[in-house]
Design a protein around this ligand. Structure first.
Ligand code: HEC
Ligand code: HEC
Length: 258
């Protein structure tokens, strides 16, 4: 009886995710035009995000963190079209600071831990995090800190599925984030490769907003002054249909753990 109930519940989550995603695909298809999106992408976005959406355009090493990887469909399935629109139009900092007109959902930025963790603990925590994707030992002391301070959002196994990460409780496995990207999946080597240790140190010590404002790390800049709303919807449609969806069918997996 119980297992049957569980199966029904899991089924409902999957169905609602599918419905949500296809409703989104329809919305972006209506608002944007694929050919326009392709032009905008190849004029502006490719420089950082790469012609193939792999985050490795000609200037990818100039930004810290490196640009987002659009071919990672598992990660991208967590970003709604509306979130992407806001990030491109107003910039990510404005989204995180809640400075978006008619924004429906509050963002939950990565918090600062400088007040509760020593610098050395932060360095050890970075090693602990890297071990999720690279293997290697994870010390019991760091495990305890991670479970206390980080697991509530990142999940005990680092997959970004902790209970505070989503307004629906309990959070589904690969939930669609409503207001902003959900916490990183720390086990994914392709995504973790975007970050160097200096960036991670700043992120944990000063938080996502602090890292951008005080430590001057990069983030997605606004393009609302140079692109019309129609052009922004179009480029998002291009990203979805060209990079995200084809990889979704293949069930994109990052390089295997060694
Ligand atoms: C100068 C480099 C640069 C250019 C040009 C650029 N981006 Fe970005 N973009 C970034 C960086 C860096 C990030 C990662 C931001 C972060 O992790 O805070 C990013 C992240 C994103 C994200 C994901 C946001 C998230 O929270 O993960 C989207 C969507 C995006 N960019 C779309 C675009 C589009 C569309 C264009 C073209 C109109 C574009 N970008 C042009 C550097 C760039
Ligand atoms: C309140 C929820 C929350 C808590 C608690 C939290 N994080 Fe995060 N974390 C986030 C979110 C949200 C992001 C995604 C940041 C983004 O893309 O803007 C993130 C991103 C990250 C990233 C990847 C960097 C990136 O830009 O995506 C690392 C590494 C990380 N967190 C480590 C930690 C560690 C270590 C702790 C505990 C000391 C912790 N986090 C606690 C929400 C949280």
């Amino acid at each position: 009886m119980l297992t049957k109930l569980m199966m029904i519940l899991c089924g409902a989550v999957i169905v609602s995710l599918l419905v949500e995603t296809s409703a989104q695909a329809q919305m972006v298809a209506k608002k944007g035009d694929l050919a326009t999106g392709k032009n905008v992408y190849n004029e502006i976005c490719f420089a950082c995000h790469g012609e193939k959406g792999d985050g490795k355009g000609p200037s990818w090493f100039n930004t810290k963190p490196s640009p987002q990887v659009f071919i990672n469909s598992v990660y991208m399935s967590r970003l709604t079209d509306e979130y992407m629109f806001n990030v491109v139009k107003y910039g990510k900092l404005a989204v995180l600071n809640g400075q978006i007109p008619d924004k429906k959902l509050p963002a939950l930025a990565m918090p600062a831990f400088g007040a509760v963790l020593e610098d050395q603990q932060i360095r050890d925590l970075i090693k602990f995090e890297r071990a999720f994707s690279q293997g290697g030992p994870q010390s019991a002391e760091m495990r305890e800190i991670f479970n206390d301070a980080c697991a509530v959002c990142h999940g005990k196994s680092g997959r970004g599925d902790g209970e505070r990460a989503h307004t629906k409780q309990p959070a589904p496995k690969y939930f669609v984030s409503e207001g902003q990207p959900s916490p990183m999946n720390l086990t994914d080597p392709q995504l973790m490769a975007r970050f160097n240790d200096d960036f991670l140190f700043s992120l944990i010590k000063t938080g996502k907003i602090g890292g951008i404002m005080e430590d001057k790390f990069d983030t997605m800049q606004p393009f609302g002054q140079v692109l019309s709303d129609k052009e922004i919807w179009s480029v998002i449609r291009y990203i979805r249909e060209t990079f995200v969806n084809p990889n979704k069918e293949k069930g994109y997996v990052a390089q295997k753990k060694k």
